[in-house]
Design a protein around this ligand. Structure first.
Ligand code: ACO
Length: 128
């Protein structure tokens, strides 16, 4: 799994218990999954279709640095299925895991559209 994005847990990200609000973390994950998919599929129009069980294993506190990891589970026809782990950057303690996030490539009409991709590509290779 590659950890692309770091976040710094700030006061505005906390819940009433003083730990990272789950909804905020899910927002960060959804954005990360969308960005990953846009880059892989080379299409800015992608949507989140399905998110499987979400397991909050540990909490994060104000001042913690967390990092969001994404991996590809499978390339479908119009879909890209991802997995996600968020961990504490300094201790590597797992904060959350999600086994399946299904993102769908859509056309200008908003309907599912085949993306034609079958494997992970790196932008640096596309630029050669
Ligand atoms: C980044 C964001 O936050 S986006 C905002 C939140 N998301 C949205 O608003 C999306 C709303 N949903 C939609 O617009 C539609 O459901 C669409 C366009 C995503 C899909 O429409 P559908 O009619 O279901 O399309 P279709 O049946 O062709 O399925 C498309 C792909 O999604 C997969 N899929 C559909 N439903 C599910 C599901 N419940 N679970 C997992 N995968 C699914 C299909 O297997 C298919 O994959 P494949 O093409 O790789 O074989």
């Amino acid at each position: 799994m590659r950890f692309h994005t770091r976040k710094w847990v700030k006061p505005e990200d906390l819940n009433a218990n003083g730990t990272l609000f789950g909804g905020k973390l899910l927002e960060w994950i959804d954005e990360e999954a969308a960005l990953y998919t846009i880059i892989q599929l080379e299409n800015p129009k992608v949507v989140t279709k399905y998110i499987s069980e979400i397991d909050f294993k540990a909490s994060a506190r104000q001042g913690d640095i967390i990092e969001i990891g994404i991996d590809v589970v499978k390339f479908g026809k119009a879909s890209l299925t991802l997995s996600c782990e968020v961990r504490n950057k300094m201790t590597h303690e797992t904060i959350i895991t999600i086994s399946n996030i299904v993102m769908v490539n859509v056309g200008p009409d908003g309907k599912a559209k085949p993306h034609g991709k079958t494997q992970i590509e790196y932008v640096v290779d596309r630029l050669k």
